[in-house]
Write a protein that binds this ligand. Structure first.
Ligand code: C5P
Length: 418
């Protein structure tokens, strides 16, 4: 998007220090950023920090700049509001429609997407009052992120940790691209997603690998979890996109380890997405000790064995009742055109060959798809439907893929399209 008006509301919690990186992300992207701390937030981060980072004056009060009617104007012109950390108190005030500071007053005039990023102690997050408030906010169309589990203030751990700034920024950017990208429509859907590349060991220090960054699979996991799905991410090697909040991450190395995890986890899944780049071959033998250079000699050839096709295996498992028969299975295909046909022709043939319900087809090569932040392609369905996935961030692509997935799963609802 061109220069957007972004309000960053900051609640009074220790996680306020982390929001500084989110402010920076939006100013560096060239957006107009207004920081609106609550009075309590200024106990954690000072006004000068927020003013320096945003390049705009910072106020907590409705009665500052009364001549400019800031509480009406700033909310009205906003394209995105992010509230991080969203404390239990701040969400309760938003639910009640209070307008006793500049932030809550602006929330009443804003008509753009609002992203609440809760951060609080586990007991507060799980309290029925907070649970009801979150439900109300979601019911009104706000996006309320499910927090991460992990270290809270002090030595306690549990659900309630604020997601990392990069994740908040990824979802905020998604909402700027597409206001209705994160409906809460996958609540109760169990999803298993593979991502990243496999590593096939040669000896204790070497492996055969590939350039998969894992970004597309991680983006799917992140967006699905924030749409309410219970997501397990089975991750091979990645360029470390960071664990998504509210997602269970299982790490694997080789294709056979990935297969073991996928066939196990798919037994309890409504949706299985294979976005991992699985090595087709592995060395037949893994040396116990590092393979040594021979003095001036030729390297020994590496004999390869074919890896199992995990995706095709999952389709067979479903056909034979080992995983739920009504589950939805999604594959990925990174294709290049050649003398036998274009990218889409190869994708159509692959969908038939693999037998999955949906296939995401990307064009690769010349810097496309692998390792990049943007992507484009098609989503082919076994019923012949073909959806263009327009060029955009991998998070945007993930949201469009999940729209189609949500329309196919038993619990999913079809979200409105833009
Ligand atoms: O045949 P191709 O490797 O292009 O197929 C890609 C799709 O198949 C991806 O969804 C990938 O995760 C999956 N795959 C697999 N097992 C393999 C190779 C690919 O599940 N051995």
């Amino acid at each position: 998007m061109t220069r957007a008006h972004v309000i960053i509301g900051v609640g009074g919690g220790i996680a306020a220090y982390k929001v500084c990186s989110v402010i920076r992300h939006y100013t560096e992207a060239g957006h107009d950023v207004r920081v609106m701390p609550t009075r309590a937030a200024l106990n954690f981060v000072g006004r000068a920090t927020f003013e320096a980072l945003s390049g705009n004056p910072v106020s907590t009060e409705v009665f500052d700049d009364v001549d400019e009617v800031a509480h009406v104007a700033l909310g009205r012109q906003a394209d995105l509001v992010i509230i991080a950390p969203a404390t239990a108190d701040l969400m309760a005030r938003a639910v009640a429609g209070r307008a006793d500071d500049l932030l809550t007053a602006s929330l009443l005039t804003a008509r753009c997407p609002v992203l609440f990023v809760p951060a609080m102690h586990t007991e507060m997050w799980e309290h029925p009052a907070t649970v009801a408030n979150v439900e109300t906010l979601r019911g009104r169309g706000a996006v309320v992120m499910t927090p991460a589990s992990g270290r809270l203030t002090g030595s306690d751990t549990g659900a309630g940790r604020m997601p990392e700034p990069s994740e908040i920024a990824a979802l905020g950017d998604l909402l700027l691209d597409r206001a209705d990208a994160l409906p809460y429509d996958l609540d109760g859907v169990r999803m298993v997603i593979s991502a990243g590349g496999t590593r096939e060991a040669l000896d204790p220090v070497r492996y055969l690998g590939n350039h998969s960054s894992g970004k597309q699979g991680y983006a799917l996991a992140r967006a699905a979890a924030q749409r309410g799905a219970a997501v397990t991410l089975v991750s091979g090697a990645t360029s470390d996109p960071g664990d998504p909040a509210a997602v269970t991450v299982v790490t694997v190395d080789s294709a056979r380890e990935l297969q073991e995890q996928m066939s196990l986890l798919a037994r309890e899944a409504d949706v299985v997405i294979m976005s991992a780049a699985v090595a087709d071959f592995r060395p037949v033998a893994v040396a116990d000790a590092k393979i040594k250079k021979t003095a001036g000699g030729e390297p020994a050839p590496i004999e390869l064995a074919t890896n199992p096709d995990i995706l095709a295996g999952l389709v067979t498992d479903r056909g034979e009742g080992r995983i739920p028969t009504e589950s939805v299975i999604v594959g990925f295909a990174a294709e290049t055109g050649d003398a036998d046909g274009g990218v889409l022709d190869h994708g159509r043939a692959k969908l038939r060959r693999k037998g999955c319900d949906l296939l995401v087809v990307n064009a690769v090569g010349e810097g496309k798809a692998f390792g990049t932040d943007d992507n484009t392609g098609w989503l082919l369905a076994s019923d012949g439907t073909e959806t263009v996935l327009p060029f955009g961030s991998k998070t945007l692509m993930a949201s469009r893929i999940l729209d189609v997935v949500a329309s196919l799963v038993p619990h999913g609802q079809v979200p409105s399209s833009t």
